[in-house]
Write a protein that binds this ligand. Structure first.
Ligand code: RIB
Ligand code: CA
Length: 350
């Protein structure tokens, strides 16, 4: 059993955020202190609704869900319904959540939690960094108060997925990303954010056979076959509720990646970041100084890392440089399959 981890998660739930959330709910050693919602894949009201519905689906209605930022710091919000679907969860139709969003703003909730438990909480950020930047503005001591930070964001010496050079999260809010990395400049290396970026998260490439294995692990009566030759939008009939919803999400994601010539696969970026935060993924990092471009129109949101001190600026990140995809999928299948099976036996979910 890995060391206990107490997480503050900020996400823009989307399909890979949803998989990350389900994974975290499957980890007995992970305390989900709070889930905050930031706009990105879809607008923040939809993100919050997805978070509430997913936590209930995963048997965790007790986890508080809050709303942080509603728009990027300086530029208009751009969402991506073509990537994650109009509601951010592909073809899945989650039941209306019974619980409500916390009345308090996520920034206030994060700062109160970090001050109450100094050195204990890890921040996992799988959305544009808007809410986290606002929290750092409100409490500049946050880097000292948090035990650690894991960010899914950026692309270093690797093609972007939003513009030729920019990754989605840093492109949606480049100013927030720049503020977050600036806040960590010069911190001791062991306190620098661990950054999961496209050059390693695109190695976490989910295939239909991974989904089939997940459904089998969950005890589904029939093989869960989501295949490129099937009609687009075909709905799952899996006997297990969690598998059925995840399958409907992932089919949309497979179709999106195929439409953009990446094959009938799904890059599940946020799941990998969640496993890093949970301490259940092996990985290596390189320490560097990250710059986020906020001015040049064609390069806005682009991230560059100086690994050699050429800029003469203190490091502000530990960027993941190696990971182990098949181990990561074995862990996902084992863990989320077990959770789905347990929920199925409890008759949970709708
Ligand atoms: O670029 C991938 C990231 O952008 C992931 O976090 C995905 O959910 C989207 O938010
Ligand atoms: Ca995300």
């Amino acid at each position: 059993m890995p060391e206990p981890v107490s997480l503050l998660l900020d996400c823009d739930t989307g399909i890979d955020d949803a998989l990350a959330l389900a994974y975290l709910c499957s980890q007995p050693h992970v305390e989900l202190v709070a889930v905050s919602s930031t706009p990105g894949n879809v607008d923040v009201e939809q993100v919050a609704r997805n978070n509430l519905a997913l936590l209930e689906l995963c048997g965790r209605p007790d986890v508080p869900v809050a709303i942080g930022a509603r728009t990027p710091l300086r530029i208009p919000l751009v969402t991506t319904p073509e990537t994650h679907g109009p509601q951010g969860i592909g073809y899945a139709e989650l039941p209306e959540p019974r619980s409500n969003v916390q009345p308090r703003d996520a920034v206030e909730l994060w700062i109160e939690a970090a001050r109450a438990r100094p050195g204990e909480l890890t921040a996992l950020l799988t959305a544009p960094l808007t809410t986290f930047a606002l929290a750092l503005r409100a409490e500049p001591r946050l880097p000292e108060l948090l035990r650690g930070v894991v960010i899914m964001g950026g692309s270093y010496y690797y093609q972007g997925n939003t513009t030729p050079t920019a990754e989605w999260n840093t492109h949606v809010d480049p100013h927030a990303a720049a503020e977050v990395f600036a806040a960590y400049s010069g911190m001791p290396e062991e306190r620098l954010p661990v950054v999961c970026a496209l050059e390693t998260t695109e190695r976490i490439e989910m295939r239909p056979d991974h989904l089939e294995a997940l459904a089998r692990e969950a005890g589904c009566a029939e093989p869960e076959l989501v295949l490129p030759g099937q009609p687009e939008g075909q709905r799952s009939t899996a006997s297990n509720v969690l598998i059925r919803h995840l399958s409907d999400m992932l089919r949309f994601y497979f179709e999106f990646h195929r439409a953009y010539d990446q094959g009938y696969i799904a890059h599940v970026h946020d799941y990998f970041a969640a496993a890093v935060a949970a301490g259940t993924a092996r990985y290596g990092t390189r320490t560097g100084t990250v710059h986020v471009e906020t001015e040049a129109p064609k390069l806005i949101g682009t991230t560059v890392a100086d690994y050699r001190g050429l800029w003469g600026e203190a490091p502000n990140a530990r960027i993941v440089s190696e990971n182990h995809p098949e181990e990561a999928f074995a862990e996902l299948i084992r863990s989320v399959g077990r959770l789905a099976r347990q929920l199925g036996q409890l008759g949970a979910g709708r």
